[in-house]
Design a protein around this ligand. Structure first.
Ligand code: GDP
Ligand code: MG
Length: 442
């Protein structure tokens, strides 16, 4: 799937400490291939990778705290942009009823969607009426009637004495709108007939229904699994109907996002709903940012990066690095860092946001006790002790332990950890300093 391929492409940079020109080029090549494989339009894929490349080549990103994740964020942001940036709501008539016309090929999921949308609108306090304007197969009317009964909304259809549906779809649509006015329903959902392929007769009929009912919203329903065909169909429908929005169905299937990405940028109409299953509550409003995360198929990396950026600015990181080098880093600094990590959420939440770790950690029992102990111990130290951990003798350790409600061995463990951490930091900052200008403080 697209998710897997993007994930693989990002492996290049995820583990690396730094983004460089080589791994950018290689990653972008793989990202582009992943997009093309997922049926994303060639020009769209090309523009996409160029823009991401521009963002990650930016000087600031190259020096950022965690370049791999910055890379993921750049791709995410570009996906969001491609998917339309913001969520767009359904149009609403100034004077009810709001008329919503639903069009698309046969099997796309129109009738199912009409049932789902009726349920969705009902939950928002609206009172929809569904209209059975797919008049060719008696079974189509039956199907809508069954769905409508399940979500408890009235359905409008015309049948003769023998139960045979009226053949004039335009008439059904027109009378459904009149019926809604008469009975005080505030929304009419018109289900229409589709064919297996775009054909003139079908288009003419839908265009006629549009002319007759003057819809506030025309929704084009498309099966997301049909890839590049979905884009062509969307174009054909949009050319004839000038639709207001797109509904992607069957997103619960294998293909993830390829069609969504191209449709939005080729047709330039917002995707308004995503349907992900046969059940009637399997409908969600379409939010570009959520879809982007789904396509990336990873934990909530983006909010992780954003949270981290909030908590650790670059200037402060530099100040800290200087302290590491000069060995000025004390328990107070350690405490401050811990607070920042804590501000980002619980340890478990944080781990959960790291791609690949997310699912595993949910099962795991990570508690924040270790954090709490360290915090309590440092809190019960005086400023002098925090700045001079070496001066913590036996009686001071006893007092600190008591103040924190812990044992002396907990203090010992903390001090040992801290000493080891300092040693490690010294080594690391020496390594990082290599090849740079001479630091006068060293
Ligand atoms: P229509 O011809 O456009 O009215 O399409 P239908 O609503 O009759 O749907 C065609 C088939 O696709 C039916 O078997 C539906 O149950 C199924 N279907 C519709 N939407 C979804 C979806 O989001 N996911 C899955 N897996 N199946 C769907
Ligand atoms: Mg149908």
């Amino acid at each position: 799937t697209l998710s897997d391929k993007l994930d693989a492409a990002l492996k290049n940079v995820k583990g690396e400490g730094r983004i460089n020109e080589l791994n950018i080029a290689e990653t972008m090549r793989e990202v582009r291939r992943a997009l093309l494989d997922a049926d994303v339009n060639y020009q769209v894929a090309k523009d996409f990778t160029n823009k991401v490349k521009e963002t990650v080549t930016d000087e600031k990103v190259l020096q950022a705290v965690n370049p791999g994740q910055q890379f993921v964020k750049a791709i995410h942001d570009e996906l969001v942009y491609l998917l339309g940036d913001v969520h767009v709501d359904l149009n609403k008539a100034k004077k009810p009823p709001t008329v919503i016309l639903v069009a698309g090929l046969q099997g796309a999921g129109k009738t199912t969607f009409v049932g789902k949308l009726a349920l969705f609108l009902k939950a928002k306090g609206r009172s929809p009426l569904v209209a059975a304007a797919d008049v060719y197969r008696p079974a189509a009317v039956d199907q809508l009637e069954t769905l409508a009964a399940q979500v408890k909304v009235p359905v409008f259809s015309i049948r003769d004495a023998a139960g045979v549906p009226e053949k004039d779809a335009v008439r059904v649509a027109r009378e459904a709108v009149a019926e809604a006015k008469r009975t005080g329903r505030d929304t009419v959902l018109i289900d229409t007939a589709g064919r297996l392929h775009v054909d003139e007769a079908m288009m003419e009929e839908v265009v006629a229904i549009k002319r007759e009912t003057d819809p506030d919203e025309i929704l084009f329903v498309v099966d997301a699994m049909t890839g590049q065909d979905a884009v062509n169909t969307a174009k054909a429908f949009n050319d004839q109907l000038d639709v207001d929005g797109v509904v992607l169905t069957k997103l619960d299937g294998d293909t993830r996002g390829g069609a969504a990405l191209s449709i939005r940028s080729v047709v330039e109409k917002p995707i308004k709903f995503a349907s992900m299953g046969e059940k009637l509550d399997a409908l969600t409003e379409f939010y570009p940012d959520r879809m982007a995360q789904r396509i990336l198929g990873m934990g909530d990396v983006v909010s992780f990066v954003e949270k981290a950026q909030e908590q650790f600015d670059e200037e402060e990181a530099e100040k800290l690095q200087r302290k590491f080098r000069t060995q000025d880093f004390d328990l107070q600094d350690f405490y401050d860092q811990l607070q920042k990590i804590k501000n980002m959420g619980s340890l478990k939440d944080l781990l959960g946001m790291i791609p690949g770790v997310g699912r595993a950690v949910k099962e795991l029992d990570v508690d924040d006790d270790a954090f709490r102990h360290i915090e309590a111990l440092i809190q019960s130290m005086t400023p002098f002790e925090r700045a001079n951990p070496d001066k913590l003798n036996g009686s001071r350790r006893r007092r600190v332990a008591q103040g924190a409600g812990l044992e002396v061995q907990d203090v010992n463990a903390l001090l040992k950890q801290f000493r080891e951490m300092k040693k490690m930091m010294k080594t690391m900052s020496k390594l990082q300093g290599k090849g740079r200008a001479v630091d006068p403080t060293q």
